[in-house]
Design a binder for this molecule. Structure first.
Ligand SMILES: [Zn+2]
Length: 343
């Protein structure tokens, strides 16, 4: 009898705790409302498969020589990105050259200085708070006379970031600036071990405590074997690790606007690939900044000279870029910034 009483008491405590948790989740879900759907749709629709395709083909052309950090091809892509932002009328928070220079002494491996490229749109209500959208623009260069064009890795993310920036600029131009600042961060040295993001988080332009989240894009233009019969997917990694609210905002943006299958396979903490630690978002997560890593999974051309532009699926690249844009719109415009879960 005594055992029974204890068991009942435990059951009661357990169910109360569960109820409180489900109430909390329901409250979070109920609080996520897209009040400006029309505007979001209008500017999301400025992101098109054709424009993404043109950018990916150019970024992954032989002209950029595989975009290896410390080599001429990487400096060419930096210059190309800078000219793009100048032409779009999108400023940099760090001055006219847009370059966050990283001295050679910072790097473990490579010998030349390099640079992150930073552009931004200033927030209209909370300009000191910033949402970062990031993508690395470096790749593997030339080996044995083979150019590693890196169309998916990470021409796809670079092109998506450019198009997302343009969409936010169009909105600002029409009188819909983001409430919070949005940074478009093109990183160097990812392929050498997340070097550009490691530099950024130790030399942040906005304080890390005012950095509300990092949405990191690394390979979103391909369809992996697992999804060969349904290309309408994207892997999300990290969305629920630090902020439950971020996870549900991301889901709500997808439910409302893009209707992709969100695949969380690689978000499993026991996943052997450990992708959570393998791209630039991880340096932000390590500083307790909520992140989402957008990813198409691996394929036979991963880190091969055969990662070329004609192999991408541009309509799903468009949808994935739109998911990132609509999620970013919410994060930048919500009345209160997202909260980090208490440990
Ligand atoms: Zn990559």
């Amino acid at each position: 009898m005594k055992v029974f009483i204890i068991a009942s008491a435990l059951t009661l405590v357990g169910s109360c705790a569960t109820e409180r948790y489900s109430d909390k989740i329901q409250n979070i879900k109920d609080s996520i409302v897209f009040s400006d759907k029309q505007e979001i749709n209008t500017y999301a629709n400025s992101i098109t498969a054709n424009e993404l395709k043109d950018e990916v083909y150019y970024i992954s052309s032989d002209f950029f020589e595989g975009r290896k950090i410390g080599e001429i091809g990487f400096d060419k892509i930096s210059k190309y990105l800078k000219d793009y932002y100048v032409n779009q009328g999108i400023l940099s928070p760090i001055g006219n050259d847009y370059y966050q220079t990283i001295p050679e002494s910072f790097f473990f491996k490579q010998k030349n200085s390099s640079q992150n490229l930073i552009a931004y749109i200033k927030g209209s209500e909370f300009p000191e708070e910033v949402l970062i959208i990031s993508a690395h623009s470096d790749h593997l260069g030339i080996k044995d006379d083979n150019i590693y064009n890196g169309a998916d890795d990470n021409g796809s993310g670079t092109a998506a970031l450019m198009e997302i920036a343009q969409a936010f600029k169009l909105a600002e131009h029409d009188g819909f600036p983001p409430k919070r600042s949005i940074m478009f961060l093109h990183l160097t040295g990812e392929e050498e071990g997340l070097e550009g993001s490691r530099y950024y988080v130790t030399h942040p332009v906005f304080s890390l405590k005012n950095t509300i989240a990092d949405l990191n894009i690394d390979m979103i233009g391909r369809v992996d074997k697992i999804h060969k019969n349904n290309s309408n997917y994207v892997y999300l990694i990290g969305s629920d690790r630090l902020s439950t609210e971020l996870h549900y905002i991301s889901e709500a943006a997808n439910n409302e606007f893009t209707h992709l299958d969100l695949d969380y396979t690689y978000n499993d903490e026991n996943d052997a690939n450990n992708f959570y630690t393998r791209s630039d978002h991880y340096n932000f997560a390590d500083k307790n900044i909520p992140v989402i890593f957008y990813f198409n999974g691996v394929h036979d051309d991963y880190h091969q000279p055969t990662d070329t532009a004609e192999k991408l699926n541009y309509s799903v690249l468009e949808k994935r870029a739109k998911l990132i844009f609509t999620t970013a719109w919410y994060l930048a415009n919500s009345e209160t910034r997202i909260t980090v879960d208490e440990l």
